[in-house]
Design a binder for this molecule. Structure first.
Ligand code: TXA
Ligand code: MG
Length: 322
């Protein structure tokens, strides 16, 4: 097992040579390339099978690097960066003239984020430039929260994977669009709307029709292959008591119901806080997806605002095929 320093040195060399590196962040694992190397960035789209119009996030070592990739930066961006970086928040800003339009999917805005995971910090610090990185999964699939997820899904197609254990947040970053006159949240995530509004001192909007394209906003993004339904406890119980429940092969994601007569592998009892639930969600769905059940039934989580990112990812997972 090479030392961490050795692993970082190797990863940096691969990036400098135009290769692709899987690396941990506190949200999910990313697959990164040198944002200054258009060919390397193009390779990310190819490996992910992601349409090239869908922009990538540029990861930075610190907030001061914003000015290298963005222009006309509003005061609100600095305020949010000050409070939430390093951390699970992406800022969409007007792109600087020289910022790679391959990374921005051809748009004149750029998504920037300073991750807090120590390995991501070390990688960015030693590399010294921006790393363009989407989540390290094939387009439309669940984001990886462990190195082995990346290995399973992209292992043969990328040059190296830095293993940083399980991701602390487990859901992708909150995306805040500051490129227009109004502040919009394009994707809920680890930083909540209330936290953002508390810093800005004003309400924020949701993604509007005019907002930049966000692939995560495709209804079926983050879907497992097994059809998934989210339903309140009462309906979940009715489903399980129905005659077909004996033959249908359900996998269950419950809040705190213990497994009745189901085999344990198909019945997951989730953590009770939104933080821990979010951390477990993608790994749990990945695991259940492998069991080849007919359906994954998910008990509807609480509806208080801090659960917004969990509801968002569950709704997308449920929308598959619709
Ligand atoms: O937590 C995260 O954000 C993870 C880690 C690896 O940083 N990354 C991630 O990347 O989730 P990805 O590509 O799977 O999702 C990034 C989202 C996409 O929905 C993309 O459209 C949006 O960020 N995005 C990036 N640049 C944008 C831009 N200029 N305008 C609007 N949306 C943008
Ligand atoms: Mg993604």
């Amino acid at each position: 097992m090479p030392s961490l320093d050795h692993a970082i040195t190797k990863a940096v060399q691969i990036l400098r040579d135009g290769g692709l590196v899987g690396f941990p962040t506190e949200t999910v694992y990313g697959v990164g390339a040198d944002v200054g190397n258009d060919r390397a960035v193009q390779q990310i789209y190819h490996v992910k099978r992601r349409p090239t119009g869908h922009p990538l996030i540029v990861h930075l070592a610190g907030a001061s690097a914003i000015t290298r990739y963005a222009q006309d930066i509003p005061a609100a961006a600095w305020q949010l960066a000050e409070v939430f970086w390093p951390g699970p928040m992406t800022l969409v800003l007007k792109a600087a003239a020289h910022t790679s339009r391959v990374a921005t999917g051809g748009q004149d805005t750029v998504g920037l984020r300073v991750p807090s995971h120590p390995l991501a910090q070390a990688l960015l610090g030693v590399f010294g430039g921006g790393i363009a990185a989407p989540s390290a999964n094939r387009f439309g699939q669940l984001s990886p929260t462990r190195a082995e997820h990346v290995r399973e899904e992209l292992g043969g197609d990328i040059d190296f994977i830095l293993d940083g254990g399980s991701c602390e947040v487990g859901l992708e970053s909150t995306i805040v669009d500051l490129s227009g006159d109004q502040v919009h949240i394009l994707r809920p995530g680890g930083v909540t709307r209330a936290q953002i509004e508390a810093v800005l001192g004003k309400p924020t909007g949701n993604a509007s029709r005019n907002a930049p394209r966000v692939p995560g906003s495709h209804a079926s993004h983050y879907a497992p292959r097994t059809p998934l339904t989210v339903l309140p406890r009462q309906q979940l119980l009715q489903h399980l008591l129905s005659p077909e429940a004996t033959t249908a092969r359900y996998a269950i994601v419950s809040l705190d119901l213990p497994p009745p007569c189901f085999d344990g592998a198909r019945w997951k009892v989730m953590a009770s806080t939104y933080h821990d639930y979010g951390k477990q969600l993608f790994a749990t769905l990945r695991e259940l997806d492998k069991l080849q059940c007919e359906q994954i039934l998910v008990e509807l989580p609480p509806s208080t605002p801090e659960w917004a990112a969990v509801h968002d990812r569950l709704a997308r997972a449920a929308a598959r095929g619709q």
